[in-house]
Design a protein around this ligand. Structure first.
Ligand code: BG6
Length: 492
């Protein structure tokens, strides 16, 4: 269907997020013909830039970060015509007088106006309050607001932010981004689970021993020290991305594929997660911070020596959790989550480890260690699904060997996946909030991790750094699973 005209107001236009993610995504949508005929992108920032220099900056972002590689001259020029710049302070009332009048374009169909907050979080409420002066915005779906994490830094501040937002906009106008939800492989979890009949019967405590979710990154924190040092791995990754993956694995089947059905089922999971008492935190949560080490044969400096990081920082660059989902399906099945920076490999994957066979007829052969079945949903960088099974190794006698049944996107789907931001931007323009975080989801996720944050902030006598860059986190991460007689599974 024809898309309605749109004006995207990009607050924080001179920042990292705009150049790395938002603009390259919009540019790719432009190339794919997925933007409406009539559109404009209006950058807003404090920096004294000209429209020309902003366009140049955006172009560099595309050249460097677009999945398609550098922009071609003509195509870029056609896109750049749509880019505009307003230099202003964010608390300047006249800015908003101007922005709210952007809809008076004279276009045949009046445009939707998307306010995209790609700014540091301390500016969120300033912008929201200014927009709040225009009561005509409230409830009018032509106006939408997009907000990037962090949504607060704990439950209390997240609630305050939601309240503020909801004074100015209605929930249906608010698009809270968790970019993981836009990834093809993450959306595929729903297709995999609910488009196939064979998983449901085994997708529960009767067959599944435990679940592991690993999101490990090789990169450190780059130029984001200022943000990261006040956040840490638990807030930066677990509260949002990993918790959302957990919800997709643990949720019940929706009866309809609608935004609120799916979000209801997901938030049910969050509410079923067993609360961790403060006294139990050490048994359920582990944190780490990398010291100097080696990655790919290169020395890497300690986290505390990174730019804009406190030399005595107690911020964690690694976090691992054990969670239980207290409902009929999952009672007693641990979900182990871990994420970290400067790990030995970049991998996001979810492993469902099945129980061992109830009785081994082959046990007397005693020729190898039998591996229980394992289903791995590979989010990235390898995109695919792997089911590890046992097979008879050809030859005399009965010898078993693990064999993988799998598909990978590269072989099966001969087209490139859109970047998560492309998918999300299209959904914003089409007014489909299914892949976005509702206020209650955000708050429920904070409720889960709040006690951990509290205990961690109280206890500052740490042995940080406690892992070397290039290792899989601190030894305590091993103990977290070892105390349950399990091990972290290596990527398949
Ligand atoms: C972001 C975090 O939300 O996700 C970053 O703030 C992290 O710290 C990034 O590097 C990882 O995203 P992706 O898409 O590269 O897995």
């Amino acid at each position: 269907s024809q898309m309605e005209p749109v004006i995207i107001v990009l607050f924080g236009a001179s920042g990292d997020l705009s150049a790395r993610k938002v603009i390259p995504a919009l540019y790719n949508l432009h190339l794919d013909g997925l933007l409406p005929q009539q559109y404009a992108i209006v950058g807003v920032a404090r920096s004294s830039l000209t429209e020309e220099t902003l366009r140049e900056r955006f172009r560099q972002g595309v050249d460097q970060y677009s999945r398609r590689g550098p922009a071609k001259e003509q195509e870029w020029d056609a896109f750049a015509e749509h880019l505009h710049y307003i230099q202003s302070n964010y608390d300047e009332p006249t800015l908003y007088d101007r922005l709210t009048k952007l809809g008076d374009t004279g276009w045949e169909t009046p445009p939707n106006i998307v306010f995209y907050l790609a700014t540091p979080p301390n500016l969120f409420t300033i912008v929201i309050d200014q927009l709040g002066r225009f009561s005509e915005l409230q409830g009018d779906i032509r106006y939408r607001i997009v907000i990037e994490k962090p949504f607060g830094h704990d439950l209390h501040s997240a609630k305050a932010l939601n309240q503020r937002l909801l004074q100015v906009f209605e929930e249906k106008q608010i698009y809270r981004i968790d970019h993981y939800l836009g990834k093809e492989t993450v959306q595929n979890i729903l297709a995999f689970r609910f488009g196939n009949a064979m998983w449901e019967p085994v997708w529960n405590r009767n067959f599944i021993d435990h679940v592991q979710i690993t999101v490990s990154e090789k990169i450190g924190i780059g130029r984001r020290g200022q943000y990261y040092d006040s956040a840490g791995a638990l807030r930066d990754m677990i509260q949002n991305h990993l918790m959302q993956l957990l919800c997709l694995i643990a949720m019940e089947a929706p009866t309809e594929f609608t935004a609120d059905q799916i979000r209801n089922k997901k938030v049910d999971v969050m509410h079923a997660i067993r609360a961790i008492n403060k006294a139990d935190v050490p048994a359920f949560a582990v944190r780490g911070q990398y010291g100097q080490g080696w990655m790919d044969g290169q020395p890497v400096q300690a986290y505390r020596c990174e730019k804009d990081v406190d030399i005595n920082s107690n911020t964690e660059t690694f976090a691992a959790l054990k969670l239980f989902v207290d409902n009929w399906r999952w009672q007693g099945v641990p979900f182990y989550l871990r994420t970290g920076k400067c790990m030995p490999g970049r991998v996001s994957e979810i492993s469902l480890q099945f129980r061992p066979v109830p009785h081994h007829p082959f046990a007397h052969l005693n020729t190898q260690v039998f591996q229980p079945n394992r289903l791995v949903l590979q989010i990235e960088p390898n995109e695919g699904v792997v089911l590890r099974t046992q097979a008879k190794e050809p030859g005399m006698g009965m010898k078993l060997k693990p064999v993988d049944m799998s598909y990978c996107y590269q072989d099966v789907f001969h087209q490139a996946s859109p970047d998560a931001y492309e998918t999300l931007l299209v959904d914003i323009m089409r007014n489909d909030p299914g892949l976005f975080m509702r206020a209650d989801q955000v708050e429920a996720a904070w409720s889960v991790i709040d006690p951990i944050l509290e205990v961690w902030s109280e206890n500052t006598e740490l042995n940080f750094p406690n892992y070397q860059a290039g290792q899989w986190g601190p030894p305590e991460a091993e103990s977290l699973v070892a105390q349950d007689r399990r091990t972290w599974l290596l990527p398949i």
